[in-house]
Design a protein. Structure first.
Length: 139
């Protein structure tokens, strides 16, 4: 399994060099509860809400044997992701060997060094992005 994040139809691609220990996608429903006089509380099933995922790992500054990709240095990854945030465009998350392939927005990006190694530890929180197509109608 590998995890890729990219921007603008693969204009720039990051293959995460160190996989997170785990990842979980949160997928909720927008259900509504109502109180009725005759039967009490009822539940109406709504539509799916936007999915979200948080990835936590580190960008290595050293040549570890377990690194999956050595394309960039630790702070280069940070600069790329910060640039994507500033451009205000959706990114794509792909997790190979799974059905996960979704457009996302960057909700938050927390990063920093913690052990003097130069490795940059991060948490990247993403939310699903749905492209909308507006149709032109004449009146």
């Amino acid at each position: 399994m590998d995890i890729f994040i990219s921007v603008n139809n693969r204009e720039q691609v990051i293959k995460l060099p160190v996989l997170p220990k785990e990842f979980k996608i949160q997928s909720n429903m927008n259900n509504q509860s109502y109180d009725t006089i005759s039967i009490g509380e009822i539940k109406l099933i709504g539509l799916s809400s936007l999915k979200s995922i948080s990835l936590s790992s580190f960008f290595p500054n050293q040549e570890y044997s377990f690194i999956r990709d050595k394309t960039y240095k630790s702070w280069d990854y940070v600069e790329m992701i910060e640039d994507w945030k500033e451009r205000r465009i959706p990114i794509r998350l792909i997790v190979t060997d799974t059905p996960i392939n979704m457009a996302c927005t960057i909700e938050s990006f927390e990063y920093g060094e913690q052990d003097g190694s130069g490795d940059v530890y991060y948490t990247l929180s993403l939310s699903e992005f749905k492209f909308i197509k507006l149709e032109k109608r004449s009146v």
